[in-house]
Write a protein that binds this ligand. Structure first.
Ligand SMILES: Cc1cc2nc3c(=O)[nH]c(=O)nc-3n(C[C@H](O)[C@H](O)[C@H](O)COP(=O)(O)OP(=O)(O)OC[C@H]3O[C@@H](n4cnc5c(N)ncnc54)[C@H](O)[C@@H]3O)c2cc1C
Length: 426
């Protein structure tokens, strides 16, 4: 990859930087590195922020024009995320909609579904949550038990989901259900779009170690979902879900990178404030984090290069997710050591550095190795991928792979999912 940005791209960087400096509200600036989506007021402010960014043309920039984007290059997306991190802007509140459901609907949705749902994802008028995990279906997602039966132009849904982030504020949910219980487990799942206001849905918050309740249990009791809200074919929802999960690991990790960079810049300031910048151990740790962050970024570029050449999300997505979670936890740990006992003081106290965001960050980072695929599962995937990659390295790309690349070159530049695998949500 060529690491130099073109003149036009540098121009774009200037434009975004100026726009963010002028428009980012003070009450959102700098609160980005340890924010949750539990608080309804915060979510309202974040919705308004996404709407403002959309009006300026910065949301879903890489989406094709026909779907409301501006067909921007992936490099411009990188620049946008870098500048959002620099300005300490929060991530988009509807990130599940933008980075997972949107591309899934572009690939598997009907034109009517695309017209109905895509525009309101971009404006955050409709927030989405992901209803995949269940009490007995996390890593083994295909084991899910929530049932949906056909009845007079509707599916009738019964069952339970768990760990559903933002279900308490979401307007819609993309939901996996079992539609043919007697068929093999990967061939009996369907993908539904469910209005969270439908009678029969109960959302119960689950309190996390951070003290907040960002995720929830969701119960479905005879919930009627119109048949036109089925995405893809009946019983073929597994392949639709795989598209969603591939995007989750690739694009979402790239976006999560914004928070990580924000936190790293804050850590450097914190070290200076605490007068620890001469401490050789602290210096070494910060340098190591800085290098890791750069490695993460370069790995992100590697997937983007592949995508620019017409490929699909590859093993880099899982590598990045695994590595991101380790760096995230190391960063939280280093900050805790630098601050010392004060790191345990929660937000609201004058004694809490950076208004207690570090205490929150340290606790939230525990989840990084679980959400979007646990570290153990990602390592399993790598072992599989390593074997496959070794083969490809020996033989070079096969006929099918060359053909796929050629086909992708002709398509709009949205990422295309392909990997079968274990679950990743959140
Ligand atoms: C903050 C957060 C937000 C989330 N948000 C959402 C959301 O919005 N929507 C959603 O659907 N889900 C969400 N999740 C759920 C998340 O996807 C699951 O927690 C995750 O997939 C793991 O599933 P599980 O919790 O059932 O654990 P299990 O799958 O039961 O795993 C338990 C332990 O066993 C290990 N393990 C399991 N199988 C294997 C194996 N084959 N080999 C080696 N080790 C294994 C796991 O690594 C883990 O350590 C969220 C989770 C978190 C933490």
């Amino acid at each position: 990859m060529n690491f130099d940005f073109s003149e036009q791209e540098e121009e774009f960087r200037k434009e975004v930087r100026h726009w963010l400096e002028t428009n980012l509200p003070d009450d959102l600036r700098g609160r980005a590195f340890a924010s949750s989506r539990a608080d309804r007021d915060e979510v309202r402010r974040l919705r308004a922020w996404q709407k403002t960014m959309h009006a300026a043309g910065y949301v879903g920039m890489d989406w094709p024009r026909e779907f409301g984007g501006r067909g921007a290059s992936i490099v411009e997306m990188v620049i946008l995320y870098q500048e959002m991190a620099r300005a300490e802007s929060p991530q988009f509140v509807n990130r599940g909609g933008i980075s997972m459901l949107g591309p899934t609907l572009m690939k598997h949705g009907t034109p009517a579904q695309q017209r109905r749902f895509l525009p309101k994802i971009l404006t955050a008028e409709e927030l989405w949550c992901q209803g995949f995990s269940e009490p007995n279906a996390g890593s083994d997602l295909a084991n899910l038990q929530t049932r949906a039966e056909h009845d007079d132009g509707h599916f009738v849904v019964n069952g339970q989901k768990v760990w559903t982030s933002m279900a308490h504020v979401a307007d819609w949910c993309f939901l996996l259900v079992r539609t043919s219980p007697e068929a093999p487990k990967h061939k009996s799942i369907s993908f539904l779009l469910v209005d969270m206001k439908t009678p029969g849905i109960t959302v119960r918050p689950l309190r996390q170690i951070t003290g907040e309740a960002e995720f929830n249990e969701v119960f479905f009791d005879n919930v009627r979902v119109p048949s036109e809200h089925l995405v893809g074919r009946l019983d073929e929802g597994w392949s639709v879900a795989i598209t969603t999960l591939a995007y989750e690991r690739d694009l979402l990790t790239f976006i999560r990178h914004i928070s990580l960079r924000n936190a790293l810049h804050r850590l450097v300031r914190l070290v200076q404030q605490q007068k620890k910048s001469a401490d050789p151990i602290v210096r070494q740790k910060v340098a190591s984090l800085w290098t890791s962050e750069q490695a993460l970024q370069l790995n992100g570029y590697r997937s983007l290069t592949n995508i620019l050449r017409g490929g699909a999300p590859g093993p880099e997505g899982s590598t990045s997710k695994l590595f991101w979670s380790q760096v995230d936890q190391d960063l939280a740990q280093t900050a805790t050591e630098v601050i010392g006992p004060y790191s345990q003081i929660a937000p609201g106290s004058p004694w809490a550095p950076d208004d207690g965001q570090w205490e929150f960050y340290e606790l939230l980072a525990r989840a990084s190795g679980i959400r979007a695929g646990t570290s153990e599962i990602l390592r399993n995937i790598h072992r599989g991928d390593d074997r496959r990659l070794g083969e490809v390295a020996r033989r070079g790309p096969g006929r099918r792979q060359r053909e796929r690349r050629r086909r992708h070159r002709r398509r709009p530049r949205v990422l295309l999912g392909r990997r079968r695998g274990t679950h990743a949500a959140g």
